[in-house]
Write a protein that binds this ligand. Structure first.
Ligand SMILES: *Cc1c(COP(=O)(O)O)cnc(C)c1O
Ligand SMILES: [Zn+2]
Length: 420
């Protein structure tokens, strides 16, 4: 029995509109369309005001009425409300009037935006009576499921492709989760997880719990609008794996606009991928409504999904908002990581390098005008993908502990200072 503080009405097929009970299920029986949570916006309207939101703690749960749980959150209650940084130095470097970085590299507790989706999925999983949670992951999701499950004593099984970065693997193992490494790409991991989910009564956060999980991404958009002074940004650049985050940030803008919580004006949503795994942006650039699956080969392993579950809907959002897709090479990803670090003091993982690199391209192409304002969604922390930048971040200068040797080095940088 759902409590009265739930504002969810049902799960609904995005294709045929057929409605389902609010259980752990994610595809329509008739056409295999994805299911999405529907809310009672009439009841939310008037209850969720700017004042109510501002009176609550600074976490993603301050928008609780628009998140899909029935009672109070019980997992990840501290997640979200990460900084929105005014990135003036990066703006100058990229040639745009105003630039903001939504900095989820410091999200709590596992330093990526995945803590948002996991806190929702696990809170909902407990409401539905699950005691074992699981996921198919490109790394960050596994970290977040492992940590958040540990924090409340849920059993966790996380499934990852075998070739992930050491940092991502250790960041799952340390919490005591069972880490299953699959000899194959993410798509094969995902297929196996669908089979397992059909057999065991486990809450797979991005399989049978996917409708709830995906809604958690909206909180990133809600925060951006509130932090901009209840405004929807003109341009938002978002990196894509399955494409879910991109579609949900768009949904967050629609919801705040519908509820009168943010000023409504046209906005553009731009999608970013790595060239080595760019099924969605390749289709967007070719003007197609459907993507062609690919075999990933990129240093942006967190984004390496060759058959993106929400790719079709991500294409639709870009088309409807007049946004664009672009992709960047491994070298451009590293350059993006370095630019963000040097200009703003933010060390992002490869996915952040993808976002910055693509923003640079879109500005240079004039698709984001130099006179406009843009938000870049930076979704994960560079400390977890050190392998990607090792050997590309400059070199230390080793000397003996002698002033003379130091000044010899200093003279290379600042001849005047070293002479005096
Ligand atoms: C998972 C992930 C994404 C993209 O997620 P989707 O919602 O599947 O598109 C972006 N950045 C990072 C760091 C991620 O881990
Ligand atoms: Zn359907």
């Amino acid at each position: 029995m759902e409590k009265q503080c739930s504002y969810m009405k049902a799960l609904k097929c995005r294709e045929c509109g057929h409605e389902y009970a609010l259980e752990a299920t994610h595809v329509c029986e008739f056409d295999f369309g994805p299911l999405e949570v529907v809310y009672d916006y009439e009841r939310i309207q008037g209850r969720l005001t700017r004042e109510v939101i501002q009176s609550r703690p600074q976490t993603m749960w301050r928008y609780r009425e628009l998140l899909p749980i029935a009672g109070e959150p019980t997992v990840g209650t501290q997640v979200g409300y990460t900084p929105l940084v005014k990135a003036d130095r990066l703006a100058k470097r990229l040639g745009i009037r105003e630039l903001w970085v939504k900095n989820d590299t410091v999200n709590y507790p596992t330093l990526s935006f995945k803590d948002r989706v996991v806190s929702v999925a696990l809170s909902r999983a407990r409401e539905l009576g699950f005691t074992t949670v699981a996921c198919a992951s490109t790394g960050n999701l596994a970290n977040s499921v492992a940590a958040n499950a540990a924090s409340v004593g849920l059993d966790a099984y996380v499934f990852i492709p075998h070739d992930l970065e050491q940092g991502k693997v250790l960041n799952s193992l340390i919490y005591g989760a069972r880490v299953i490494s699959i000899k194959g790409h993410y798509d094969e991991v995902n297929r196996l997880c669908a089979e397992i989910a059909g057999k065991y009564r486990w809450a797979f956060v991005n399989v049978n719990m996917r409708p709830y999980y995906a809604e958690g991404s909206k909180s990133m958009g809600f925060e951006i609008m509130e932090q901009l002074g209840w405004k929807i940004p003109q341009h938002t650049v978002i990196c894509m794996a399955s494409g879910s985050l991109l579609t949900k940030i768009h949904k967050s803008y629609q919801e705040f606009s519908k509820l009168g919580l943010a000023q409504s004006h046209p906005w553009k949503i731009h999608g970013a991928q790595a060239t080595g795994c760019s099924p969605i942006t390749t289709a967007q650039k070719a003007g197609l409504d459907f993507f062609k699956p690919v075999k990933p080969a990129t240093i942006a392993k967190s984004l390496a999904i060759g058959t993106p579950a929400d790719g079709f809907y991500a294409l639709k959002v870009m088309k409807e908002t007049g946004g664009h897709g672009e992709d960047v090479t491994d070298d451009e990803i590293r350059e993006g990581i370095r630019m963000l670090a040097e200009c703003e003091g933010i060390f992002a993982e490869t996915a952040g390098g993808v976002t910055v690199g693509v923003a640079k391209k879109l500005i240079a192409q004039g698709r984001i005008s130099a006179g406009d304002s843009a938000v870049l969604c930076v979704t994960g922390n560079g400390l977890k993908t050190l392998d990607a930048v090792a050997g590309h971040a400059g070199e230390t200068r080793e000397i003996r502990p002698s002033l003379r040797e130091f000044e010899a080095v200093l003279a290379l940088d600042k001849p005047d200072l070293a002479r005096s």
